[in-house]
Design a protein around this ligand. Structure first.
Ligand code: PLP
Length: 484
């Protein structure tokens, strides 16, 4: 390829930012119409699913609960190989901010593919990467971005969490970390040490250590039995005591790592005042604060990043999922004073995915141009209102909570006696039935939280009010069927 071909490098500032009336719009309309006409689906088996069961690892996850063989997708809709159409409120576990195959993302990827750019770039720079880096820094708070360094990781959220841990340990010379009950930071061994859920950890026994767990402000099941503001205040007081008491038994850690809204732990938003208090403690005791925004980042909670609801800044922020516009990509962005690691301290072959960076830049452009963060705030409030109304009808709804389009419904055993705070025991069997009844009616929702009893809504941020209302309506029907 001649040097002059460099002029073919895609001009990514030309990224289209409006959903154009392309053939994609036609497909959305077709899928929407087929979804409307659906009957409750018979979710029988299919040879693809059978082969998957026979050949894929027993560690496989989603298809166990959502037995789907996928064929096509556009926007919020996915279609399986038997022509059934579903509203996708899982959206690649919160990855697909713009939904499936958004025209702006597809267009920029096609353009990048045709440009002759080396698609595999290790950590060499390219015009696409340079632009992407500026785009990412451009959506972070300006004060933070001014002093930020960025590390490209490879390419999962868990790998970026690993990088953040190493960064903090090297910068502070300390060896342990503080994490939270209910936390989820990924499945590699370092990230697993931080996980609240013991399920995936028990088989690894004692190899996971060096982490002290702290109480997250989970008002519905308050670890202090207080709930509300009092429970959050008790959590902060506990953490402060742990950090200040010379006999707490807990060494000063390299970092505190936190999700501003716990996702897998059951969609639990930390109150902004609590997060502010935690930021204050981290500063006072000189402990780097790592915000894991892998799931909550890029507009999902109604702000570009969930920590912004508290008006705080992190020392380190971990980004993935929506970052790559649907393709694998992750980064750690951190204050330059922590940049003490040596060359190659966090290497990895697949850190230069140009398509993912181009798709990520296009996604950020659309997010900003269409103010999808503000849309997520509005739509999330609308959804929570409808789910709360269902809570009046169905006693099995213990709690409805969330922030923006990260919404959870905790299902409980309505026949059980509530505790002093009014919370009833989790009802995992009911949650499984509700998930199944949703799927039969054309709605994909995932479960998470304690005992898998929290129904989780993570739709694309481009979902319309009408599509969201339809999802809430189906959820109500599924509850009625599952409770019958
Ligand atoms: N951190 C958070 C908050 C997550 O929700 C996840 C995944 O769901 C991860 C980290 C791990 O990301 P990945 O699955 O890409 O390794």
């Amino acid at each position: 390829m001649s040097l002059s071909a460099a002029s073919n490098v895609p001009a990514l500032d030309q990224v289209p930012v409006a959903l154009k009336p392309t053939l994609h719009a036609g497909l959305v309309a077709e899928l929407a119409e087929r979804h409307r006409r659906r009957a409750p689906y018979d979710l029988g088996d299919h040879p693809l699913l059978e082969r998957q069961r026979q050949r894929e690892s027993s560690a496989r996850t989603y298809p166990r609960r959502l037995p789907l063989a996928l064929a096509r997708a556009q926007g919020v809709y996915v279609e399986d190989v038997e022509g059934r159409v579903f509203i996708d409120c899982l959206a690649g576990a919160g990855t697909l901010a713009l939904g499936h195959n958004h025209p702006a993302v597809i267009e920029v990827m096609e353009r990048t593919l045709r440009s002759g750019l080396p698609l595999h770039g290790l950590d060499f720079t390219t015009p696409v990467k340079d632009r992407f880096m500026q785009d990412v820094l451009g959506v972070l708070p300006a004060d933070f971005a001014r002093h930020a360094r960025i590390q490209f990781c490879g390419p999962t959220g868990a790998d970026a969490v690993e990088a953040a841990l190493k960064l903090a340990k090297i910068a502070t010379g300390r060896g342990t970390v503080l994490a939270f009950h209910g936390a989820y930071h990924g499945m590699t061994q370092g990230a697993l040490t931080l996980m609240g859920n013991l399920g995936p950890k028990v088989a690894l026994g004692h190899s996971l250590h060096g982490v002290q767990f702290l109480p997250y402000p989970y008002a519905y099941r308050c670890p202090f039995g207080l709930g509300g503001d009092a429970g959050a205040a008790a959590s902060l007081a506990y953490i402060e005591n742990l950090l200040s008491d010379p006999e707490s038994g807990v060494p000063k850690p390299a970092a505190i790592i936190i999700e501003a809204v716990q996702g897998e732990g059951g969609v639990i938003p930390a109150p902004p005042t609590w997060l502010k208090g935690l930021r204050g403690l981290a500063t006072r005791y000189d402990i780097p604060l790592i915000l894991d925004e892998v799931q909550s980042g890029f507009g999902r909670t109604g702000r570009m990043f969930a920590f912004e609801h508290a008006g705080i800044e992190p020392d380190v922020v971990v980004l993935s999922k929506a970052l790559g516009g649907g393709l694998p990509l992750s980064v750690v962005v951190y204050h330059e004073r922590l940049d003490a690691w040596r060359p190659g301290a966090h290497a990895g072959t697949f850190r230069g995915n140009q398509l993912a960076m181009a798709a990520g830049s296009a996604t950020l452009a659309v997010l900003r141009a269409e103010r999808l963060d503000a849309a997520a705030a509005e739509l999330g409030a609308r959804l929570m209102q409808q789910l709360a109304a269902l809570g009046e009808r169905f006693a099995c709804i213990g709690d409805v909570r969330g922030r923006g389009l990260m919404v959870g419904v905790e299902l409980v055993d309505a026949a059980a006696v509530p505790n002093a705070l009014g919370a009833r025991p989790a009802h995992p069997e009911l949650a499984a039935r509700v998930q199944h009844e949703c799927l039969r009616r054309g709605l994909i929702v995932e479960r998470g939280g304690r005992h898998g009893s929290v129904m989780r809504f993570l739709p694309p941020l481009v979902i319309t009010a009408a599509q969201l209302d339809e999802a809430a309506r189906i959820f109500g029907q599924a509850l009625a069927a599952a409770c019958a």
